[in-house]
Design a protein. Structure first.
Length: 419
């Protein structure tokens, strides 16, 4: 009986979610491309629309000190700790419409469904639209969730965007007080858990022919900057045996990284995404090359071993080729495991909706990476077409948006705080 009620109510949920995804996608810097950057006028307009939907869903809604959209649906009595749901409402440049908004809008629509049925739960539900996850404007990510987790670095207020505007100025223009970011921080006791629904942004669920997947962890990442120095020289006069070609050395390093990661132990992935060769002329042997390495896997200990192994291989190549090496870690974040007790409830909701329970790690970063500091975290992935994301072709089928909503609604209604 209960399944029937949830099922019939959610048939319209999927339609409502897709309509709202499209309405939110129309709020953009330009009409041809979807771009909605932190603390811009379109960012503010999107926040207002989200708060309107939250209020229609029976929530109280406000903007917090960093620009997060915060909605609250009281439980059986006012003031109870909350199950927090959410995702981000900023975008990359020329973005897709689903990355971020799907999780946020689905959460609002699920609360709206509870509200229409007059359903109150033994806990409050809060839906948070994080103001900045992508980090496009000020080159530091997770600003919204860090403010909520109380880990916002106030020195970031002085950072400038490309136009020279500081974050402090941008917050003021948006109507917020940069001296009170701390007010956005929540106490751990106010949150029972944080659950985020998000598009997968990869091709695994599509390959598995499944609409949803249960996330095991948000993979940690290590980024390195590598510089190889050899000797520039005339492409016609220096014999091959006497060359110290930095680009040929880099090529060997790149292939070695790929081969190492292709062993696919623990989902290890490695990418060289940027390379620059100097002096960069057709008839000059490259004397200096810089490139980046991005290494990810959901096991921190294995990632560290892999990075050490890759560095050792690069050192060997460089030595054999008589090059000079400068290699530095530029970024490192730890793996954020989804809490087993909470992940189990997500899996139970997936199974109860009749889907095969399939677990996968998240190779992409999410707000949960910051939220872990104040709450246990879990995530539900929804299949996206071709695994394409951060691109206008990003797409989720209506039926999959509906499947995600049904699972999330069931999770909410059956949610039990950690014993
Ligand atoms: Zn996202």
């Amino acid at each position: 009986m209960e399944a029937k009620v949830a099922g019939s109510a959610s048939m319209s949920l999927g339609d409502e979610i897709v309509r709202r995804i499209n309405a939110l996608a129309a709020i953009s810097e330009t009409s041809e491309h979807l771009t909605r950057i932190f603390l811009t006028p379109e960012h503010r307009a999107a926040a207002d629309l989200l708060m309107t939907w939250m209020r229609e869903a029976g929530m109280q809604a406000h903007l917090d000190a960093i620009g997060n959209v915060c909605g609250r649906y009281e439980g059986e009595r006012p003031g109870l700790p909350c199950l927090m749901l959410g995702s981000h409402y900023d975008t990359v440049r020329d973005a897709g419409r689903w990355d971020g908004p799907l999780g946020l809008i689905t959460a609002i629509s699920c609360v709206g469904d509870l509200n229409r049925r007059g359903r109150r739960l033994p806990f409050a539900i809060e839906v948070t639209g994080f103001a900045d996850e992508e980090g496009v404007r000020f080159a530091s990510t997770l600003l919204g969730s860090r403010a909520i987790a109380g880990t916002f670095d106030e020195s970031a207020l002085g950072s400038r965007d490309r136009a020279g505007t500081t974050m402090r100025q941008a917050l003021t223009l948006f109507g917020l007080d940069p001296d009170h970011i701390g007010a956005a921080a929540r106490a751990p006791g106010e949150l029972l858990a944080y659950v985020e629904l998000h598009i997968e942004q990869g091709p695994v669920l599509e390959a598995e022919k499944l609409p949803v997947g249960v996330v095991t962890a948000i993979s940690g990442a290590t980024r390195l900057a590598v510089e190889l120095r050899g000797m520039a020289g005339h492409a016609g006069t220096v014999p091959m045996a006497l060359r110290r070609d930095a680009l040929a050395g880099a090529a060997e390093c790149i292939v070695a990284i790929e081969e190492f990661c292709c062993t696919d132990r623990d989902g290890l992935v490695g990418t060289v995404g940027y390379i620059n060769a100097m002096p960069g002329a057709t008839n000059v042997i490259p004397g200096m090359v810089s490139f980046t390495i991005d290494i990810r896997t959901a096991k921190d200990s294995y990632r560290k071993l892999a990075v050490a192994d890759i560095v050792r291989q690069i050192e060997e190549i460089v030595k054999r080729r008589n090059l000079k090496l400068d290699i530095n870690v530029t970024h490192e974040n730890r793996t954020v495991p989804c809490a087993p007790w909470l992940k189990q409830q997500v899996a139970d909701a997936v199974a109860a909706e009749g889907f095969h329970v399939f677990e996968l790690p998240s190779g992409a970063g999410h707000d949960g990476m910051a939220m872990i500091d104040i709450a246990d975290v879990a995530m539900l992935f929804v299949r996206c077409r071709g695994g394409v994301s951060h691109h206008p072709d990003e797409h989720v089928e209506d039926a999959d948006a509906d499947a995600g909503a049904r699972v999330l609604l069931r999770l909410i209604e059956n949610f039990k705080p950690k014993a």
